[in-house]
Ligand binder design. Structure first.
Ligand code: UTP
Length: 458
């Protein structure tokens, strides 16, 4: 238990003295647990949330566009393939969010999404890792970050499905941390007597959690050098991506960030830009419409590259930052919260604080962007399906549609005539093929035409 006087002093210094007034009615065990939690928190960091950078300094990041990527394809893929086969690559999937917009109480990954098989998002992501592992002859480690709220259910879900065929030790769960939610005056709120109101600490929580859980050290011992980072809610995010890994290896980049050309200047995505000599991602909320539309001397949009939240992180980079004691800053956003006060729960307006993984980018000595084809790699599930039959953007229905369009493209590239009625969907299991190249190599011409629902399993 922390020293009571020192704790009282720290709390008072950071405007949290009110918390100690709430311990009076607690029994001994509850009081000890509450004080221990209060003592763990770095209260100072809540007083300095991250600020967006000065606008004048913003320029373009170095990005490998699709054309250059195509020219360098064999060089990049050769290097990436060698790294996969040497066991130097692992997959990191963050799955700890609260999924408020989707409106499901279960973890987002448990959501049954596939068009015909009804596979869950977790199953699709796990099968991609399994497909990759089989292809390269290695049990590629699959790190899954949960939150204290999603951890138990996620582990049970994987266990109930036999880890979707992955080997023992291949799936590695670890939980992110939580941070206190604050009222609008910056004072920590309670969830109940002796319990702080806390929220998961953002996808950036995976940096600290990887270290604390021992997973970063384990990866280093195993000789893993690159981490393919995906978010659970991007259904088509590839994990078998030799060009991405090859680029990171050949350019000795500490981070490669996948980017897509924005559909229009006001598209609501984070932007990869260069600020004062280092790359960083600036959220659309931190940019005015004038800035979003500003152009450089060559007439190109400065905020041209959108981030679909996929990266390749060098393991040594993460280890170096850990050794330096680096901590990802907190960003705060205004939210309606349910807090306990005067013996009852009520809704209050307050602040939720989160860490963003992309705040690591400016710390990288070498960083670059890799342009992707958005139709091939980006099908996010953020919002609930509509009730009027219309397809809501970034919903399960839009993701299924995007995946189906992608599979239609694979079939067409293999010479199949595809003519789908509006409601028909194609599903191809990652265990049959998880990438276009794998599909084309495997396709045996079993059908010449697809004109309705179509499902292909391994
Ligand atoms: P979002 O920012 O979309 O948040 O997360 P969310 O919690 O899933 O959904 P909303 O905003 O409550 O509706 C993007 C990705 O980051 C992960 C999510 O699981 C998702 O894959 N994430 C987010 C975490 O792992 N931890 C967090 O604390 C927040």
């Amino acid at each position: 238990m922390p020293d009571a006087f020192a704790l009282a002093e720290t709390l008072a210094k950071h405007g949290q003295g009110h918390l100690l007034q709430t311990v009076a009615g607690l029994d001994e065990a509850a009081r000890a647990a509450f004080l221990a939690r209060l003592g763990e928190i770095d209260w100072a960091e809540f007083e300095h949330p991250a600020e967006p950078p000065a606008v004048g300094d913003v320029g373009a990041s170095r990005v490998i566009p699709l054309a250059e990527r195509a020219q360098r394809q064999s060089e990049l893929e050769g290097a990436g393939e060698a790294a996969y086969r040497a066991g130097q690559v692992a997959v990191l999937m963050v799955a700890g969010g609260q999924g408020t917009r989707l409106g499901s109480s279960a973890p987002k990954g448990c959501f049954r999404i596939a068009a015909h098989s009804g596979k869950s998002i977790y199953q699709l992501q796990a099968e991609k890792v399994l497909s990759l592992s089989r292809r390269v002859g290695r049990d590629v480690p699959f790190l899954v970050m949960t939150s204290p709220m999603t951890d138990g259910e996620t582990r049970e879900f994987f266990q109930a499905h036999g880890d979707f065929g992955l080997k023992a030790g291949q799936v590695r769960f670890f939980s992110q941390g939580t941070v206190p939610s604050l009222d609008q005056q910056g004072r920590a709120l309670l969830a109940g007597p002796g319990r702080l109101l806390e929220n998961p600490d953002g996808h950036g929580g995976c940096f600290t959690a990887l270290v604390k859980s021992g997973n970063l050290a384990r990866l280093r011992r195993e000789g893993v050098r690159q981490l393919v980072y995906i978010q659970v809610d991007n259904v088509t995010a590839p994990v078998d991506d030799a060009a991405l890994i090859g680029l990171a290896m050949l350019e000795q980049a500490e981070v490669v960030t996948k980017v897509l050309a924005k559909a229009h200047p006001d598209e609501k995505v984070g932007h990869l830009v260069r600020v004062g000599g280092s790359d960083r991602i600036i959220e659309y909320t931190e940019v005015t419409p004038e800035q979003a539309r500003s152009r450089n001397a060559a007439g190109e949009l400065i905020y041209r590259w959108g981030s679909p939240a996929m990266h390749c992180w060098s393991v040594e980079f993460l280890a170096r930052l850990t050794d330096q004691g680096y901590k990802i800053p907190l960003h705060r956003s205004s939210k309606p919260l349910k807090a306990w006060a005067d013996g009852a729960l009520s809704e209050v307006k307050g602040w939720k604080s989160e860490r963003f993984i992309f705040d690591l980018i400016p710390e990288a000595k070498a960083s670059l962007g890799l342009e992707i084809d958005r139709l091939a790699e980006f099908a996010p599930v953020k919002n609930a399906d509509g009730t009027d039959g219309k397809v809501v953007a970034d919903s399960p229905a839009s993701a299924v549609q995007l995946a189906s369009d992608q599979f239609a493209g694979w079939l067409a590239a293999a010479g199949v005539k595809v003519a789908l009625p509006a409601k028909a969907r194609i599903e191809i299991s990652p265990l049959f093929a998880a990438t276009r190249a794998q599909f084309l190599a495997k396709w045996d011409g079993r059908v010449k035409e697809v004109s309705g629902d179509y499902y292909l399993e391994a």
